[in-house]
Write a protein that binds this ligand. Structure first.
Ligand code: PGA
Ligand code: ZN
Length: 426
């Protein structure tokens, strides 16, 4: 049985130029690495990302404390453990930390070790990571491609953080990716024709200064048509409203019907109903704020039987919060982000729990990413049928799509594309 011989952590940069942690795990014969991502619209209930707070380095965002935890305390304990016993490794990390939100060692330090060890185990077994997660897995996810960035990811002035295209009508993942890229480039031309900047936001989508969310959706509908596709037949739309970002004390402050408004949840939900009526939107993420359970209840009652309602900041990949969702019949889908909970084992547990309760799952990147493609493997290995990993530009986003192309090719005739079946409500 191979054992872990060494762990090496270092500070590297993420896609926004902020420091993050990379961990290398070594056995006698193999080595594997992982880079931890980082959010901007971070949920209040997420596990803690440990940052140094030393204003002389990276404006306080350095991660040397987390790096030191891996290179010293964690390494001493993990050395000698069996490479294949992920559960034991993750449990040790959780016990060593001893806090509810992993604030002692830092969820970034813990996740780096957890993922590097998982990849090392796959390397030792001589299989790709998706296979070591799900031996017979062969389902390629439908990508939700965030081609229009807003909220805290871009300065477009629009509150909705993400407007995504969903090429669920493709026959294969490869075809879905091509459709997405063609629509992306058509959209670029249309924005250029309006003499607006075609620069991109954190997740690689455009961020033109449009006056309303409807204007953004109209432009996207036009791009889909001009690229030769039919919205509602082979391509659909999805939103990540990220409502916690424009919510304060019971009030949502956003552009609605072209004007800035301050509204309560019922009015906001009415606005979503109007949009859903007009546009082929199949999924809305974080339509209400993370602690507005009443708002969420209203949203689920009114739209939950028509479409996918995804909890991101609401559930933060946390079993306790997800259980509250089941108990109260809130949302019908969960966003899966490894660094919200902090270990691979806990993430897989939450995913199994969601599956048991028939909540759909969307494996997701963070707005701060890297060349690490773990989430592509997680989506295939767990056969979630959906992934959200940004637009069709920036290598930190495209790296995941390219990895899915490789996996699809490797699976050959066994590969299946999730397509419309991934969405119970299409
Ligand atoms: P974040 O954004 O990584 O900045 O939290 C992604 C999302 O909200 O889904
Ligand atoms: Zn989100």
């Amino acid at each position: 049985m191979p054992t872990i011989k060494n762990l090496i952590a270092r500070e590297v940069l993420d896609s926004r130029g902020n420091p993050t942690i990379e961990v290398v795990a070594e056995s006698e014969r193999q080595r594997a690495w992982a880079i931890v991502p980082s959010g901007a619209s971070t949920g209040a209930h997420e596990a803690l990302e440990l940052r140094d707070g030393d204003q002389r380095r990276f404006g306080g965002k350095g991660v040397l404390k987390a790096v030191n935890h891996v290179n010293n305390k964690i390494k001493r304990k993990v050395r000698g453990m069996k490479v294949h016993n992920q559960q034991a490794i993750d449990e040790l990390l959780i016990t060593m930390d001893g806090t509810e939100n992993k604030s002692n060692l830092g969820a970034n330090a813990i996740l780096g070790v957890s993922l590097a060890c998982a990849k090392l185990a796959a390397a030792e077994a001589g299989v790709p990571l998706y296979k070591s997660i799900g031996d017979r897995a062969a389902l390629l996810p439908v990508p939700m491609m965030n081609v229009m960035n807003g909220g805290v990811h871009a300065n477009s002035g629009l509150e909705f953080q993400e407007i995504m295209i969903v090429p669920a009508g493709a026959a294969t993942f490869r075809e879905a990716l091509r459709m997405g890229a063609e629509i992306f480039h058509t959209l670029q031309k249309l924005i250029g024709e309006k003499h607006m900047p075609t620069t991109v936001g954190d997740e690689g989508g455009f961020a033109p200064p449009l006056k309303s969310h409807e204007a953004a959706l109209d432009l996207l509908m036009k791009a889909i048509e001009k690229a030769g596709y039919k919205a509602g037949q082979n391509v659909w739309l999805a939103l990540d409203v990220a409502a916690s970002e424009f919510y304060s004390r019971g009030v949502y402050n956003l552009k609605m019907n072209g004007a800035q408004k301050k509204v309560k949840a019922p009015e906001l939900i009415g606005y979503f109903e109007k949009l859903v009526h007009k546009y082929p939107i199949v999924s809305i993420e974080d339509g209400c704020a993370e602690d507005d359970w009443d708002g969420w209840k209203g949203l689920t009652d009114r739209l939950g039987n028509k479409m996918q309602l995804v909890g991101d900041d609401l559930f933060v990949t946390n079993p306790k919060r997800l259980q509250m969702g089941f108990d109260e019949h809130i949302a019908n889908s969960i966003l899966i982000k490894l660094n919200q909970i902090g270990t691979l084992s806990e993430t897989l547990d939450v995913m199994r729990m969601a599956r048991q309760h028939k909540y759909t799952q969307v494996v997701s990147h963070r707005s701060g990413e890297s060349e690490d493609t773990t989430i592509a493997h997680l989506a295939v290995g767990m056969e979630t049928g959906q992934i959200k990993t940004g637009s069709l530009s920036r290598s930190d986003r495209v790296a995941k799509y390219n990895e899915l192309l490789r996996i699809e090719e490797e699976l050959g005739r066994r590969a299946r594309y999730a397509g419309k079946n991934a969405f119970a409500k299409i």
